[in-house]
Design a protein around this ligand. Structure first.
Ligand code: DAH
Length: 337
């Protein structure tokens, strides 16, 4: 029987597990000494073959070594386990932060907010109305006769039951005047709908901004001053505008407002189709019938109203040539704002 040198085994094994850096290595060392075929396990198996005296001596030593190693391994094992747990909860507060992906406002929302800001600074309140309207508010109350072409089925999206999707923001004029005593000034931004074939300039759904100012002596001169101020601030430069006679059932007199083309400055280009002028909005003095239909006496009150396309204002400000881009959801377009 070869000599069993317990001291050497102890030293060697102790050295090995001191060097162990993780649970896996520790496990391997355990197997090497204390596993089924481990060195110490093997010695324990041969004990019975030894003469009595030696058996007692070696037996004691080997059992001590076994206990010693088991304890050491257990200690180091719990140390590793704890270290991994701690690591999971550890937070490096000096590491650079991860930038969260945040969205941004849609160009039409940006334009809407800017318009609201400018009018609010001039004392206008921002008012809203329903997108589903009755024929009364969308047409009749606005003095649009039953035989007016705007009531033609092809322009309006009718709903089952007789209501419709509003074709303009003008019905909110009536809704507001029914409930409020003049003097007042409001703007009404909102979504409107038309039964139309779409192209670069037309969508079935777009946005308008309605304006209404009523008082004892509100005049066309007041309208011109307000709109001039609005346009200068909106485009951040002096804008040349002109009033052209026009017709709307809900205003008398009515006019169309043109501005000097933003793109070419009036020389004539593809945006203004060589005209030098761009049609921007409809406006006029509120028709006496409209005041009457809202419960106001036209002998006491007068005012102006206007309606402009929000999409069109945005298209000119950002030089966008197709209205459909606003509604396409195309990120290549949207991320430019
Ligand atoms: N509602 C008209 C449209 O959709 C625009 C408009 C014209 C509104 C003249 C007005 C106005 O308030 O006075 O085409």
């Amino acid at each position: 029987m070869e000599k069993i040198d317990l001291k050497t085994i102890k030293k060697r094994s102790e050295n090995e597990f001191k060097k162990a850096v993780d649970l896996k290595e520790l496990d391997e060392i355990f197997k090497k000494y204390l596993g089924k075929k481990g060195e110490i396990t093997q010695i324990l198996k041969t004990l019975s073959k030894l003469p009595n005296e030696r058996r007692a001596k070696i037996g004691k030593g080997i059992n001590e070594l076994k206990n010693f190693l088991e304890e050491k391994i257990e200690d180091k094992k719990s140390y590793f386990t704890k270290a991994t747990e701690d690591k999971e909860e550890w937070l490096d507060i000096t590491a650079p932060g991860k930038k969260p992906v945040v969205g941004h406002l849609h160009p039409l929302t940006l334009i809407k907010r800017r318009i609201e800001e400018i009018f609010q600074a001039m004392g206008f309140s921002v008012v809203e109305g329903p997108e589903v309207e009755t024929e009364w508010y969308n047409f009749d109350a606005l003095n649009i006769q039953k035989d007016h072409p705007a009531r033609d089925f092809w322009d309006t999206l009718y709903l089952k039951g007789g209501n419709l999707l509003r074709t303009h923001t003008s019905p909110v004029q009536i809704r507001f005047m029914e409930k409020n005593e003049p003097p007042f000034r409001i703007i009404v931004p909102g979504r409107v709908f038309r039964h139309e074939a779409t192209d670069a300039k037309h969508e079935v759904n777009f946005y308008q901004v309605e304006g209404l100012m009523v008082g004892k002596d509100v005049s066309v001169a007041n309208f011109k001053a307000v709109i001039q101020e609005f346009l200068n601030r909106f485009y951040q430069k002096e804008i040349k505008l002109r009033l052209r006679p026009s017709f709307f059932p809900f205003t008398e007199p009515s006019f169309e407002i043109d501005i000097n083309c933003i793109v070419c400055g009036g020389k004539g280009c593809s945006t203004c189709l060589g005209q030098g002028w761009i049609e921007l909005m409809g406006a006029g003095m509120v028709h006496p019938n409209v005041l009457k239909n809202s419960g106001l006496d036209p002998r006491n009150w007068q005012g102006f109203a206007f309606g402009m396309g929000l999409d069109r204002l945005a298209m000119m400000k950002y030089k966008i040539n197709d209205i459909r881009l606003f509604y396409s959801g195309d990120l290549r377009f949207l991320q430019q704002f």
